[in-house]
Design a protein around this ligand. Structure first.
Ligand code: HEC
Ligand code: HEC
Ligand code: HEC
Length: 138
């Protein structure tokens, strides 16, 4: 004898996962545009923290960086792998991700995140434009 109830629940759960991308995005079953990684960042090969973690937590990390810099005057971030990075949105994040439009903006537009007000103050510097143009940094 099998338990029909369990099978039905299993089916509902399965259908939930199988159709997740459809209902999650209000019926727009399109795949996300890949954020573009610069050649420079590819050469380094990894982000300040593992990619999956960054995808989910970069906003909190930026908050944490801001608090560290502004409240504690702490300017160096030690990653979970022991690497040291300058705490700077412009000079660290955007050095590797100097193609902000094709990276940050593209993903945010897709995800429906409102335009970041960060750039009102954290302007694209001359250096950034140079990095973007030449794709060389550090
Ligand atoms: C009204 C202007 C303003 C806006 C808007 C703003 N910031 Fe800042 N931010 C500052 C200033 C000023 C500092 C302090 C700079 C310093 O001490 O080096 C700072 C520092 C930081 C730092 C640490 C130091 C650095 O240079 O990166 C981070 C990270 C940061 N902000 C992230 C953000 C993020 C993310 C947003 C948007 C969600 C944002 N900020 C919006 C003005 C602003
Ligand atoms: C040393 C170069 C480097 C720095 C600095 C850097 N990144 Fe990254 N980042 C990468 C690379 C390379 C990837 C993709 C591959 C990986 O992480 O394995 C990536 C991936 C990401 C992802 C995930 C993208 C996706 O497709 O899911 C996010 C979000 C991100 N970075 C945001 C940031 C933010 C915010 C900062 C600053 C706090 C930052 N990165 C600093 C190189 C860097
Ligand atoms: C892989 C996709 C992806 C990439 C690439 C990405 N973001 Fe995001 N970002 C998101 C999503 C999704 C949210 C909204 C998360 C939420 O609401 O919980 C978000 C939210 C944020 C927020 C908080 C916004 C707010 O007002 O609440 C900041 C700040 C931010 N991202 C900064 C950046 C910066 C800077 C970069 C480029 C260096 C970047 N992100 C790249 C997907 C991405």
């Amino acid at each position: 004898m099998y338990d029909a109830g369990k099978i039905i629940i299993g089916l509902i759960v399965f259908l939930g996962f199988a159709t997740f991308p459809i209902w999650h995005d209000g019926g727009k079953a399109v795949s996300a545009p890949e954020p573009e990684i610069t050649a420079y960042a590819k050469k380094i090969g990894h982000c300040v923290e593992p990619e999956k973690w960054m995808r989910a937590n970069h906003m909190q990390l930026l908050d944490h960086w801001r608090d560290a810099a502004v409240r504690e005057d702490k300017r160096v971030y030690v990653s979970s792998t022991g690497e040291e990075y300058d705490i700077s949105l412009q000079n660290t994040c955007l050095r590797c991700h100097s193609n902000k439009e094709k990276f940050c903006d593209r993903c945010h537009q897709f995800a429906g995140v409102h335009e970041l007000y960060c750039w009102d103050c954290h302007l694209e510097s001359k250096e950034m434009k140079k990095w973007a143009a030449t794709d060389e940094s550090f």
